[in-house]
Design a protein around this ligand. Sequence first.
Ligand code: NAD
Length: 499
Amino acid sequence: MTASHSRDYWEKAIAALSPEGRHFIDGAFRPAISGETFVRTRPMDGTAGASLARGRSEDIDAAVAAARVAFASGVWRHKEPLDKKKIMLKWADLIRANAEELAMLETLDVGKPILASLNVDVRLCADGIQYYAEMIDKQYDEIAPTGPKARALVRKVPIGVIGAITPWNYPLIIDSWKLGPAIAAGNSVVLKPAEQSSLSAIKLAALAFEAGLPAGVFNVVTGYGEETGKPLALHMDVDMIAFTGSTEVGKLIMGYAAQSNIKRVALELGGKSPIVVFADSDLDAAASAAAWGCFYNAGETCHASTRLIVERSVQDALIAKIEAVTRSDIALAHPLDPVAQIAALIEEAHMDKVLGMVDAGIAAGGRRAFGAERVLAETGGYYVSPGVIADVSNAMPIARDEIFGPVLVSIPFDTEEEALSIANDTVYGLAGAVFTRDMDRAHRFSEGIHAGTVWINTYDMSNFATPFGGFKQSGFGRDRSVHAIDKYCDYKTIWQQFG
Ligand code: NAD
Protein backbone atom coordinates (compact mmCIF):
# COMPACT_ATOMS: atom_id res chain seq x y z
CA MET A 1 0.00 0.00 0.00
CA THR A 2 1.61 3.21 -1.08
CA ALA A 3 0.10 6.36 -2.41
CA SER A 4 1.43 9.43 -4.08
CA HIS A 5 -1.80 11.41 -3.91
CA SER A 6 -1.57 15.15 -3.47
CA ARG A 7 -2.92 17.10 -0.51
CA ASP A 8 -5.71 18.29 -2.79
CA TYR A 9 -6.73 14.66 -3.46
CA TRP A 10 -6.97 13.93 0.25
CA GLU A 11 -8.81 17.20 1.03
CA LYS A 12 -11.47 16.32 -1.57
CA ALA A 13 -11.72 12.69 -0.48
CA ILE A 14 -12.20 13.73 3.15
CA ALA A 15 -14.81 16.30 2.19
CA ALA A 16 -16.75 13.50 0.47
CA LEU A 17 -16.61 11.19 3.52
CA SER A 18 -19.52 10.88 5.90
CA PRO A 19 -18.10 8.81 8.75
CA GLU A 20 -20.41 6.50 10.67
CA GLY A 21 -20.55 7.56 14.33
CA ARG A 22 -23.05 5.11 15.82
CA HIS A 23 -22.25 2.07 17.95
CA PHE A 24 -22.01 -1.28 16.16
CA ILE A 25 -23.95 -3.82 18.22
CA ASP A 26 -25.22 -7.27 17.22
CA GLY A 27 -24.45 -6.71 13.54
CA ALA A 28 -26.08 -3.27 13.19
CA PHE A 29 -25.33 0.42 13.66
CA ARG A 30 -27.23 1.78 16.66
CA PRO A 31 -27.52 5.25 18.19
CA ALA A 32 -27.01 5.63 21.92
CA ILE A 33 -30.10 4.47 23.81
CA SER A 34 -30.28 7.94 25.40
CA GLY A 35 -30.01 9.50 21.92
CA GLU A 36 -27.01 11.56 23.12
CA THR A 37 -24.05 12.33 20.89
CA PHE A 38 -20.72 14.11 21.23
CA VAL A 39 -18.55 15.83 18.66
CA ARG A 40 -14.90 15.08 17.99
CA THR A 41 -12.63 18.06 17.31
CA ARG A 42 -10.18 17.50 14.45
CA PRO A 43 -6.60 17.88 15.71
CA MET A 44 -5.33 18.90 12.27
CA ASP A 45 -7.21 22.24 12.29
CA GLY A 46 -9.32 22.47 15.45
CA THR A 47 -12.62 22.30 13.56
CA ALA A 48 -15.63 20.20 14.53
CA GLY A 49 -15.42 16.65 13.24
CA ALA A 50 -17.68 13.63 13.41
CA SER A 51 -20.67 13.24 15.69
CA LEU A 52 -20.52 10.06 17.79
CA ALA A 53 -22.95 8.08 19.92
CA ARG A 54 -22.37 8.89 23.58
CA GLY A 55 -22.49 5.46 25.16
CA ARG A 56 -23.56 4.85 28.73
CA SER A 57 -24.11 1.75 30.86
CA GLU A 58 -27.33 0.77 29.04
CA ASP A 59 -25.46 0.69 25.72
CA ILE A 60 -22.76 -1.44 27.32
CA ASP A 61 -25.46 -3.76 28.67
CA ALA A 62 -26.89 -4.19 25.15
CA ALA A 63 -23.48 -4.89 23.63
CA VAL A 64 -22.46 -7.34 26.37
CA ALA A 65 -25.79 -9.15 26.01
CA ALA A 66 -25.27 -9.52 22.26
CA ALA A 67 -21.72 -10.73 22.83
CA ARG A 68 -22.89 -13.24 25.42
CA VAL A 69 -25.65 -14.64 23.19
CA ALA A 70 -23.17 -15.05 20.32
CA PHE A 71 -20.68 -16.80 22.62
CA ALA A 72 -23.23 -19.09 24.28
CA SER A 73 -24.74 -20.11 20.96
CA GLY A 74 -21.39 -21.30 19.68
CA VAL A 75 -22.11 -19.62 16.35
CA TRP A 76 -18.48 -18.56 16.12
CA ARG A 77 -16.40 -20.65 18.51
CA HIS A 78 -17.86 -23.96 17.26
CA LYS A 79 -17.42 -23.15 13.59
CA GLU A 80 -14.95 -25.34 11.69
CA PRO A 81 -11.45 -23.87 12.18
CA LEU A 82 -10.91 -23.61 8.43
CA ASP A 83 -14.15 -21.64 8.02
CA LYS A 84 -13.22 -19.29 10.86
CA LYS A 85 -9.85 -18.74 9.25
CA LYS A 86 -11.43 -17.90 5.89
CA ILE A 87 -13.71 -15.31 7.50
CA MET A 88 -10.87 -13.61 9.32
CA LEU A 89 -8.69 -13.65 6.19
CA LYS A 90 -11.55 -12.04 4.28
CA TRP A 91 -11.78 -9.43 7.02
CA ALA A 92 -8.06 -8.66 6.55
CA ASP A 93 -8.63 -8.39 2.79
CA LEU A 94 -11.54 -5.99 3.33
CA ILE A 95 -9.37 -3.82 5.57
CA ARG A 96 -6.85 -3.62 2.71
CA ALA A 97 -9.59 -2.93 0.16
CA ASN A 98 -10.85 -0.06 2.33
CA ALA A 99 -7.39 1.20 3.21
CA GLU A 100 -7.81 4.79 2.03
CA GLU A 101 -11.07 5.29 3.89
CA LEU A 102 -9.67 3.77 7.09
CA ALA A 103 -6.55 5.93 6.78
CA MET A 104 -8.65 9.06 6.40
CA LEU A 105 -10.75 8.18 9.45
CA GLU A 106 -7.59 7.62 11.48
CA THR A 107 -6.01 10.88 10.36
CA LEU A 108 -9.20 12.85 10.99
CA ASP A 109 -9.36 11.54 14.54
CA VAL A 110 -5.71 11.39 15.53
CA GLY A 111 -4.07 14.07 13.35
CA LYS A 112 -1.29 11.75 12.20
CA PRO A 113 0.08 12.00 8.63
CA ILE A 114 -2.22 10.41 6.09
CA LEU A 115 0.61 8.38 4.59
CA ALA A 116 1.56 7.02 8.01
CA SER A 117 -2.08 6.05 8.59
CA LEU A 118 -2.18 4.34 5.21
CA ASN A 119 1.22 2.71 5.01
CA VAL A 120 1.76 1.87 8.68
CA ASP A 121 -1.45 1.83 10.73
CA VAL A 122 -3.89 0.30 8.22
CA ARG A 123 -1.27 -2.09 6.87
CA LEU A 124 -0.30 -3.38 10.31
CA CYS A 125 -3.95 -3.70 11.31
CA ALA A 126 -4.68 -5.93 8.31
CA ASP A 127 -1.47 -7.90 8.86
CA GLY A 128 -2.40 -8.41 12.52
CA ILE A 129 -5.83 -9.81 11.72
CA GLN A 130 -4.23 -12.06 9.08
CA TYR A 131 -1.54 -13.28 11.50
CA TYR A 132 -4.15 -14.55 13.97
CA ALA A 133 -6.45 -15.87 11.24
CA GLU A 134 -3.62 -18.10 10.10
CA MET A 135 -3.18 -19.51 13.60
CA ILE A 136 -6.77 -20.70 13.92
CA ASP A 137 -6.33 -24.10 12.27
CA LYS A 138 -2.87 -24.68 13.75
CA GLN A 139 -3.81 -24.86 17.44
CA TYR A 140 -3.64 -28.23 19.19
CA ASP A 141 -4.84 -29.26 22.63
CA GLU A 142 -2.89 -31.57 24.96
CA ILE A 143 -3.21 -34.99 26.53
CA ALA A 144 -1.71 -35.02 30.02
CA PRO A 145 0.30 -38.04 31.24
CA THR A 146 -1.88 -40.45 33.27
CA GLY A 147 -2.00 -44.16 34.07
CA PRO A 148 -3.50 -46.54 31.46
CA LYS A 149 -7.01 -46.41 32.91
CA ALA A 150 -7.54 -42.74 32.36
CA ARG A 151 -7.29 -40.14 29.62
CA ALA A 152 -6.90 -36.49 30.62
CA LEU A 153 -7.47 -33.90 27.92
CA VAL A 154 -6.18 -30.39 28.52
CA ARG A 155 -8.34 -28.21 26.30
CA LYS A 156 -7.52 -24.59 25.48
CA VAL A 157 -10.93 -22.89 25.48
CA PRO A 158 -12.00 -19.30 24.86
CA ILE A 159 -12.70 -17.22 27.96
CA GLY A 160 -16.07 -15.78 26.89
CA VAL A 161 -16.91 -12.08 26.58
CA ILE A 162 -13.86 -9.84 26.32
CA GLY A 163 -14.08 -6.10 26.97
CA ALA A 164 -11.37 -4.25 25.06
CA ILE A 165 -10.56 -0.65 26.01
CA THR A 166 -8.06 1.10 23.76
CA PRO A 167 -6.20 4.44 23.50
CA TRP A 168 -6.02 7.03 20.76
CA ASN A 169 -2.41 6.94 19.65
CA TYR A 170 -2.47 3.89 17.33
CA PRO A 171 -6.17 2.94 17.31
CA LEU A 172 -6.20 0.53 14.37
CA ILE A 173 -2.99 -1.22 15.36
CA ILE A 174 -3.84 -1.64 19.03
CA ASP A 175 -7.41 -2.69 18.24
CA SER A 176 -6.07 -5.40 15.94
CA TRP A 177 -3.62 -6.61 18.61
CA LYS A 178 -6.63 -7.36 20.81
CA LEU A 179 -9.28 -8.33 18.25
CA GLY A 180 -7.01 -10.69 16.30
CA PRO A 181 -6.11 -13.14 19.08
CA ALA A 182 -9.36 -12.70 21.08
CA ILE A 183 -11.61 -13.49 18.11
CA ALA A 184 -9.30 -16.14 16.66
CA ALA A 185 -9.49 -17.92 20.03
CA GLY A 186 -13.30 -18.00 19.76
CA ASN A 187 -14.31 -15.20 22.14
CA SER A 188 -16.84 -12.40 21.65
CA VAL A 189 -15.61 -8.83 22.04
CA VAL A 190 -17.05 -5.48 23.11
CA LEU A 191 -14.59 -2.77 22.09
CA LYS A 192 -14.62 0.67 23.73
CA PRO A 193 -12.28 2.82 21.64
CA ALA A 194 -10.90 6.08 23.01
CA GLU A 195 -13.40 8.93 22.72
CA GLN A 196 -10.84 10.76 20.57
CA SER A 197 -10.52 7.96 18.01
CA SER A 198 -13.66 5.89 17.47
CA LEU A 199 -14.21 6.13 13.71
CA SER A 200 -11.79 3.44 12.56
CA ALA A 201 -13.12 0.99 15.18
CA ILE A 202 -16.69 1.38 13.94
CA LYS A 203 -15.53 0.76 10.37
CA LEU A 204 -13.49 -2.27 11.46
CA ALA A 205 -16.57 -3.82 13.05
CA ALA A 206 -18.69 -3.23 9.94
CA LEU A 207 -15.98 -4.83 7.77
CA ALA A 208 -15.75 -7.85 10.09
CA PHE A 209 -19.50 -8.35 9.77
CA GLU A 210 -19.29 -7.97 6.00
CA ALA A 211 -16.56 -10.64 5.98
CA GLY A 212 -18.93 -13.09 7.68
CA LEU A 213 -18.18 -12.71 11.39
CA PRO A 214 -21.53 -13.55 13.04
CA ALA A 215 -23.58 -10.77 14.65
CA GLY A 216 -22.62 -10.12 18.25
CA VAL A 217 -19.08 -11.49 18.02
CA PHE A 218 -17.51 -8.04 17.62
CA ASN A 219 -19.35 -4.99 18.97
CA VAL A 220 -18.21 -1.39 19.34
CA VAL A 221 -19.60 1.08 21.89
CA THR A 222 -18.30 4.64 21.64
CA GLY A 223 -18.15 7.14 24.48
CA TYR A 224 -16.13 8.60 27.32
CA GLY A 225 -14.00 6.56 29.69
CA GLU A 226 -16.02 7.19 32.86
CA GLU A 227 -19.37 6.77 31.12
CA THR A 228 -18.63 3.82 28.81
CA GLY A 229 -15.30 2.23 29.73
CA LYS A 230 -16.07 2.07 33.44
CA PRO A 231 -19.41 0.21 33.11
CA LEU A 232 -17.70 -2.21 30.71
CA ALA A 233 -14.91 -2.89 33.21
CA LEU A 234 -17.41 -3.21 36.08
CA HIS A 235 -19.81 -5.44 34.13
CA MET A 236 -20.71 -8.70 35.85
CA ASP A 237 -21.03 -10.59 32.55
CA VAL A 238 -17.68 -9.55 31.07
CA ASP A 239 -15.02 -12.21 31.63
CA MET A 240 -11.89 -10.20 30.85
CA ILE A 241 -10.75 -6.64 30.18
CA ALA A 242 -7.90 -6.17 27.72
CA PHE A 243 -6.78 -2.60 28.33
CA THR A 244 -4.22 -0.36 26.70
CA GLY A 245 -3.85 3.15 28.05
CA SER A 246 -2.37 5.12 30.91
CA THR A 247 -1.03 3.56 34.09
CA GLU A 248 -3.45 5.76 36.05
CA VAL A 249 -6.52 4.27 34.33
CA GLY A 250 -4.91 0.80 34.35
CA LYS A 251 -4.94 0.95 38.16
CA LEU A 252 -8.64 1.84 38.09
CA ILE A 253 -9.31 -1.12 35.78
CA MET A 254 -7.73 -3.51 38.29
CA GLY A 255 -9.97 -2.01 40.96
CA TYR A 256 -13.10 -2.40 38.82
CA ALA A 257 -12.25 -6.06 38.20
CA ALA A 258 -11.83 -6.62 41.93
CA GLN A 259 -15.04 -4.76 42.79
CA SER A 260 -17.13 -6.72 40.28
CA ASN A 261 -16.66 -10.34 39.23
CA ILE A 262 -12.87 -10.84 39.51
CA LYS A 263 -12.68 -10.71 35.74
CA ARG A 264 -9.19 -11.21 34.45
CA VAL A 265 -7.24 -8.18 33.29
CA ALA A 266 -4.43 -7.60 30.81
CA LEU A 267 -2.77 -4.18 30.91
CA GLU A 268 -0.54 -2.44 28.38
CA LEU A 269 0.32 0.86 30.07
CA GLY A 270 2.68 3.80 29.94
CA GLY A 271 6.42 4.07 29.46
CA LYS A 272 9.44 6.30 29.87
CA SER A 273 11.90 4.25 27.91
CA PRO A 274 15.66 4.81 28.08
CA ILE A 275 18.00 4.89 25.11
CA VAL A 276 21.53 4.58 26.50
CA VAL A 277 24.31 5.84 24.23
CA PHE A 278 27.98 5.18 24.96
CA ALA A 279 30.77 7.28 23.45
CA ASP A 280 32.11 4.24 21.57
CA SER A 281 28.90 3.79 19.56
CA ASP A 282 28.08 4.77 15.98
CA LEU A 283 26.75 8.23 16.85
CA ASP A 284 25.03 8.70 13.49
CA ALA A 285 23.03 5.49 13.99
CA ALA A 286 22.29 6.44 17.60
CA ALA A 287 21.12 9.93 16.58
CA SER A 288 18.78 8.57 13.94
CA ALA A 289 17.36 5.94 16.32
CA ALA A 290 16.91 8.48 19.13
CA ALA A 291 15.16 10.98 16.85
CA TRP A 292 12.82 8.51 15.16
CA GLY A 293 12.33 6.54 18.37
CA CYS A 294 11.11 9.62 20.22
CA PHE A 295 9.54 11.80 17.53
CA TYR A 296 7.64 9.28 15.36
CA ASN A 297 3.86 9.74 15.74
CA ALA A 298 4.69 13.16 17.25
CA GLY A 299 5.99 11.38 20.34
CA GLU A 300 2.57 9.86 21.08
CA THR A 301 4.01 6.36 21.44
CA CYS A 302 3.99 4.36 24.66
CA HIS A 303 7.43 2.84 24.02
CA ALA A 304 9.01 6.02 22.60
CA SER A 305 12.69 6.54 23.42
CA THR A 306 11.95 9.47 25.69
CA ARG A 307 15.04 9.43 27.92
CA LEU A 308 18.37 9.82 26.14
CA ILE A 309 20.97 8.63 28.66
CA VAL A 310 24.21 9.69 27.05
CA GLU A 311 27.89 9.52 28.00
CA ARG A 312 28.69 13.10 28.99
CA SER A 313 31.66 13.49 26.62
CA VAL A 314 29.43 13.03 23.55
CA GLN A 315 26.19 14.65 24.72
CA ASP A 316 26.57 17.86 22.69
CA ALA A 317 27.84 16.08 19.56
CA LEU A 318 24.97 13.59 19.71
CA ILE A 319 22.32 16.28 20.21
CA ALA A 320 23.74 18.18 17.21
CA LYS A 321 23.35 15.02 15.12
CA ILE A 322 19.81 14.44 16.44
CA GLU A 323 18.92 18.00 15.46
CA ALA A 324 20.38 17.49 11.98
CA VAL A 325 18.45 14.23 11.44
CA THR A 326 15.26 15.81 12.74
CA ARG A 327 15.54 18.83 10.45
CA SER A 328 16.43 16.83 7.36
CA ASP A 329 14.26 13.71 7.74
CA ILE A 330 11.33 14.29 10.08
CA ALA A 331 9.14 16.87 8.36
CA LEU A 332 6.39 18.29 10.54
CA ALA A 333 3.48 19.41 8.37
CA HIS A 334 -0.28 19.32 7.97
CA PRO A 335 -1.26 15.61 8.01
CA LEU A 336 -2.81 15.69 4.54
CA ASP A 337 0.43 17.03 3.07
CA PRO A 338 2.23 13.98 1.65
CA VAL A 339 5.59 15.32 2.88
CA ALA A 340 4.50 15.12 6.53
CA GLN A 341 6.41 12.60 8.62
CA ILE A 342 4.79 13.84 11.80
CA ALA A 343 1.82 16.11 12.34
CA ALA A 344 -0.66 17.21 15.02
CA LEU A 345 -1.04 16.20 18.65
CA ILE A 346 -4.34 14.68 19.71
CA GLU A 347 -6.00 17.63 21.49
CA GLU A 348 -5.44 21.23 22.52
CA ALA A 349 -5.37 20.29 26.22
CA HIS A 350 -2.75 17.64 25.49
CA MET A 351 -0.62 20.13 23.54
CA ASP A 352 -0.84 22.55 26.47
CA LYS A 353 0.23 19.76 28.84
CA VAL A 354 3.26 18.93 26.66
CA LEU A 355 4.31 22.59 26.45
CA GLY A 356 3.74 23.03 30.19
CA MET A 357 6.02 20.07 30.96
CA VAL A 358 8.72 21.58 28.73
CA ASP A 359 8.46 24.94 30.53
CA ALA A 360 8.64 23.22 33.91
CA GLY A 361 11.66 21.18 32.79
CA ILE A 362 13.49 24.33 31.72
CA ALA A 363 12.53 26.12 34.95
CA ALA A 364 13.97 23.13 36.85
CA GLY A 365 17.36 23.50 35.13
CA GLY A 366 16.97 21.79 31.75
CA ARG A 367 18.33 23.52 28.63
CA ARG A 368 16.36 23.75 25.39
CA ALA A 369 18.79 22.43 22.77
CA PHE A 370 16.24 22.92 19.99
CA GLY A 371 12.51 22.72 19.20
CA ALA A 372 9.74 21.63 21.60
CA GLU A 373 7.67 24.71 20.77
CA ARG A 374 4.20 25.30 19.37
CA VAL A 375 4.24 25.67 15.58
CA LEU A 376 1.69 25.96 12.74
CA ALA A 377 -0.71 27.73 15.13
CA GLU A 378 -2.22 29.51 12.11
CA THR A 379 -3.78 26.19 11.02
CA GLY A 380 -5.91 26.09 14.19
CA GLY A 381 -4.38 22.64 14.86
CA TYR A 382 -2.20 21.40 17.71
CA TYR A 383 1.40 21.09 16.54
CA VAL A 384 4.59 20.96 18.60
CA SER A 385 8.01 20.88 16.92
CA PRO A 386 10.25 17.95 17.84
CA GLY A 387 12.94 19.00 20.27
CA VAL A 388 15.51 18.10 22.89
CA ILE A 389 15.82 19.37 26.46
CA ALA A 390 19.41 18.77 27.58
CA ASP A 391 21.22 18.59 30.93
CA VAL A 392 18.22 17.04 32.59
CA SER A 393 18.53 15.11 35.84
CA ASN A 394 16.61 11.86 36.15
CA ALA A 395 14.95 13.23 39.30
CA MET A 396 13.10 15.99 37.41
CA PRO A 397 9.42 15.42 36.54
CA ILE A 398 10.26 15.88 32.84
CA ALA A 399 12.47 12.76 33.14
CA ARG A 400 10.00 10.75 35.20
CA ASP A 401 6.54 11.46 33.80
CA GLU A 402 5.22 10.59 30.34
CA ILE A 403 5.23 13.70 28.12
CA PHE A 404 3.60 11.91 25.17
CA GLY A 405 4.80 14.58 22.77
CA PRO A 406 7.86 15.04 20.54
CA VAL A 407 10.20 15.97 23.40
CA LEU A 408 13.39 14.06 24.17
CA VAL A 409 15.18 14.70 27.44
CA SER A 410 18.92 14.21 27.58
CA ILE A 411 20.49 12.93 30.81
CA PRO A 412 24.31 12.79 30.84
CA PHE A 413 26.21 10.00 32.67
CA ASP A 414 29.84 9.25 33.51
CA THR A 415 30.03 5.51 34.28
CA GLU A 416 28.40 2.33 33.01
CA GLU A 417 26.97 1.58 36.47
CA GLU A 418 25.42 5.04 36.63
CA ALA A 419 23.91 4.62 33.14
CA LEU A 420 22.20 1.34 34.06
CA SER A 421 20.99 2.73 37.35
CA ILE A 422 19.42 5.77 35.62
CA ALA A 423 17.89 3.54 32.92
CA ASN A 424 16.13 1.45 35.57
CA ASP A 425 15.25 4.37 37.85
CA THR A 426 11.66 4.62 36.61
CA VAL A 427 8.32 3.11 37.57
CA TYR A 428 7.94 1.96 33.97
CA GLY A 429 9.44 -1.01 32.13
CA LEU A 430 8.09 -1.07 28.60
CA ALA A 431 11.22 -0.82 26.44
CA GLY A 432 14.84 0.34 26.32
CA ALA A 433 17.92 0.39 24.14
CA VAL A 434 21.69 0.49 24.34
CA PHE A 435 24.12 1.80 21.74
CA THR A 436 27.71 0.60 22.03
CA ARG A 437 30.34 -1.22 19.96
CA ASP A 438 31.33 -3.26 23.02
CA MET A 439 29.27 -6.46 22.69
CA ASP A 440 30.00 -7.58 26.27
CA ARG A 441 28.52 -4.32 27.48
CA ALA A 442 25.59 -4.64 25.07
CA HIS A 443 24.88 -8.05 26.55
CA ARG A 444 25.11 -6.70 30.11
CA PHE A 445 22.60 -3.96 29.27
CA SER A 446 20.20 -6.21 27.40
CA GLU A 447 20.05 -8.35 30.56
CA GLY A 448 20.21 -5.39 32.94
CA ILE A 449 17.51 -3.09 31.57
CA HIS A 450 14.29 -4.18 33.22
CA ALA A 451 11.84 -3.84 30.33
CA GLY A 452 9.65 -5.96 28.05
CA THR A 453 11.79 -5.19 24.99
CA VAL A 454 15.46 -4.17 24.80
CA TRP A 455 17.09 -3.17 21.52
CA ILE A 456 20.81 -3.26 20.80
CA ASN A 457 22.12 -0.60 18.40
CA THR A 458 18.63 0.05 17.04
CA TYR A 459 15.22 1.21 18.24
CA ASP A 460 11.61 0.18 17.69
CA MET A 461 12.27 -2.84 15.50
CA SER A 462 9.64 -5.55 15.86
CA ASN A 463 7.28 -7.84 14.01
CA PHE A 464 4.21 -9.90 14.80
CA ALA A 465 6.33 -12.78 16.02
CA THR A 466 7.72 -10.75 18.94
CA PRO A 467 5.63 -10.27 22.11
CA PHE A 468 5.03 -6.67 23.15
CA GLY A 469 4.28 -5.40 26.63
CA GLY A 470 5.76 -4.19 29.86
CA PHE A 471 7.29 -4.93 33.23
CA LYS A 472 6.63 -2.94 36.41
CA GLN A 473 3.95 -0.24 36.04
CA SER A 474 3.95 -0.63 32.26
CA GLY A 475 1.54 -3.49 32.86
CA PHE A 476 1.39 -7.23 32.31
CA GLY A 477 0.27 -9.61 29.60
CA ARG A 478 1.64 -9.52 26.09
CA ASP A 479 0.19 -8.39 22.78
CA ARG A 480 1.40 -9.86 19.45
CA SER A 481 3.04 -13.22 18.78
CA VAL A 482 1.62 -16.71 19.23
CA HIS A 483 1.59 -16.14 23.01
CA ALA A 484 -1.17 -13.52 22.76
CA ILE A 485 -3.67 -16.28 21.92
CA ASP A 486 -3.03 -17.84 25.35
CA LYS A 487 -4.07 -14.60 27.02
CA TYR A 488 -7.57 -15.03 25.62
CA CYS A 489 -7.88 -18.72 26.53
CA ASP A 490 -8.40 -20.78 29.60
CA TYR A 491 -7.26 -24.36 30.23
CA LYS A 492 -9.96 -26.93 30.87
CA THR A 493 -9.19 -30.44 32.06
CA ILE A 494 -11.42 -33.31 30.97
CA TRP A 495 -10.57 -36.51 32.84
CA GLN A 496 -12.10 -39.75 31.58
CA GLN A 497 -11.75 -42.94 33.63
CA PHE A 498 -11.91 -46.36 31.96
CA GLY A 499 -13.18 -49.58 33.57
P1 NAD B 1 -6.20 6.74 28.89
O1 NAD B 1 -5.78 5.81 29.96
O2 NAD B 1 -6.61 8.10 29.27
O3 NAD B 1 -7.43 6.12 28.07
C1 NAD B 1 -7.36 4.82 27.52
C2 NAD B 1 -8.76 4.29 27.36
O4 NAD B 1 -9.32 4.14 28.66
C3 NAD B 1 -9.70 5.20 26.57
O5 NAD B 1 -10.55 4.40 25.79
C4 NAD B 1 -10.47 5.88 27.68
O6 NAD B 1 -11.75 6.33 27.29
C5 NAD B 1 -10.59 4.78 28.69
N1 NAD B 1 -10.85 5.22 30.06
C6 NAD B 1 -10.52 6.40 30.64
N2 NAD B 1 -10.97 6.43 31.91
C7 NAD B 1 -11.58 5.25 32.13
C8 NAD B 1 -12.23 4.68 33.27
N3 NAD B 1 -12.35 5.34 34.42
N4 NAD B 1 -12.72 3.44 33.14
C9 NAD B 1 -12.60 2.74 31.99
N5 NAD B 1 -12.02 3.24 30.89
C10 NAD B 1 -11.50 4.48 30.97
O7 NAD B 1 -5.01 6.75 27.84
P2 NAD B 1 -4.90 7.57 26.48
O8 NAD B 1 -4.67 9.00 26.85
O9 NAD B 1 -6.01 7.23 25.57
O10 NAD B 1 -3.59 6.93 25.83
C11 NAD B 1 -2.33 7.29 26.21
C12 NAD B 1 -1.76 6.34 27.24
O11 NAD B 1 -1.81 5.01 26.73
C13 NAD B 1 -0.32 6.60 27.54
O12 NAD B 1 -0.09 6.45 28.92
C14 NAD B 1 0.41 5.51 26.77
O13 NAD B 1 1.69 5.21 27.25
C15 NAD B 1 -0.53 4.39 26.89
N6 NAD B 1 -0.33 3.41 25.82
C16 NAD B 1 0.25 2.20 26.14
C17 NAD B 1 0.51 1.27 25.13
C18 NAD B 1 1.14 -0.06 25.44
O14 NAD B 1 1.04 -0.96 24.62
N7 NAD B 1 1.80 -0.23 26.58
C19 NAD B 1 0.16 1.57 23.82
C20 NAD B 1 -0.42 2.81 23.53
C21 NAD B 1 -0.66 3.71 24.56
